[in-house]
Design a protein around this ligand. Structure first.
Ligand SMILES: [Ca+2]
Length: 330
């Protein structure tokens, strides 16, 4: 490695409309951080769509030859219950079923997909960037769980992991108790937290903090109002299904505005000042609950010393976060 970057980032994602904004945010910072790989996992949408969505985003930023894409696991480690279908939130292809603005046949784009499996790529890349690699996971944790099962020393080679997932107060978005990424693959979440957290720094951006620091609906609409910028135009199109679902939903969930969950995790990784009041707490994942399978159990009063230590954030610096969202389309 001749070039020196501030961070070397591997993004494991299930792209997904909010993952898409996180990927775009990452690519827009390529002058100071190196996106070393996008590793794909099934979740918000089917694995083949995740692959295609990531390739389309790289094409939009003219970075197909700079960031390799790897296909990983398409489903949870232990599929004991049907996985949640979220086509009504993210569209049937995960990115709002928007026609490509960068004409390119699927076969042409797929020529850029690497042959190596994402799990093997994660292990190999962690050796190439020994001690320097930051991983951000914005989908189910299946790939990371499989990687550590194959190579138990993997966590000790990482600099840090940022995970969007789980709930701190038990306010689920998939079941009353569980957040989507952890509910989709509870065993993957359990294996990841219990294996990595004692060997490298794990930062958890929980569902509730993203809701509490949503950007207001007027700001959200203003952010996407530049019709001349092709990145803004594309983002507005792929977010339309998600917006329609959240803005008209008659619950208190999105009354503050839009929370693009995965973008918060990327924002804190790119600028640590975005995350306010970091606080370390022990966590575990419920694997067998009747109502609560896949929920995150948080040891608020430090009752268990064998839980996995992770860093939560009490708040988000909304001004800094909004600046990162604006810079994403420059
Ligand atoms: Ca996601």
């Amino acid at each position: 490695m001749n070039e020196e970057f501030e961070k070397y980032i591997l993004h494991d994602c299930d792209t997904g409309a909010d993952d898409a904004i996180a990927v775009m945010m990452l690519l827009s910072h390529s002058h100071r951080v190196k996106a070393v790989a996008l590793t794909c996992v099934g979740g918000n949408t089917k694995l083949n769509d995740v692959v295609m969505n990531n390739l389309r985003l790289l094409k939009l930023y003219n970075m197909l030859d700079k960031v390799p894409v790897y296909k990983g696991c398409g489903g949870p480690i232990l599929p004991v219950i049907p996985v949640a279908q979220v086509c009504h939130i993210h569209g049937s292809d995960g990115m709002g079923d928007v026609p490509s603005m960068e004409p390119a046949a699927s076969d042409d784009l797929l020529q850029n997909l690497q042959e190596e499996h994402a799990v093997n790529a994660i292990i190999r890349i962690s050796k190439e960037y020994n001690g320097k690699l930051s991983i951000i996971a914005t989908g189910p944790l299946t790939n990371l769980a499989m990687a550590v099962r194959l190579d138990p020393e993997l966590p000790s080679r990482l600099k840090e992991i940022f995970i969007m997932g789980g709930t701190r107060l038990g306010k689920g978005n998939t079941t009353p108790a569980a957040e989507f990424n952890f509910h989709f693959d509870p065993e993957g979440a359990h294996m990841t937290l219990s294996s990595y957290a004692k060997k490298c720094a794990v930062h958890l951006i929980d569902y509730e903090v993203t809701l509490d620091y949503a950007v207001s609906w007027p700001w959200f609409h203003h952010w996407l109002s530049d019709n001349k910028n092709k990145k803004t135009k594309f983002a507005k199109a792929i977010l339309e299904t998600l917006r329609a679902y959240c803005e008209v939903k008659e619950t208190k969930e999105w009354e503050r505005g839009m929370s693009l969950c995965d973008a918060y995790a990327m924002a804190i990784l790119l600028n640590s000042a975005v995350g306010l009041e970091p606080k370390q707490l022990g966590v575990a994942v419920e694997l067998s609950g009747f109502f609560s399978r896949g929920s995150l159990v948080v040891d608020h009063f430090n009752r268990k010393n064998n839980f996995s230590p992770v860093t939560f954030y009490e708040g988000i610096d909304l001004d800094l976060y909004k600046k990162l969202l604006i810079d994403t389309f420059l």
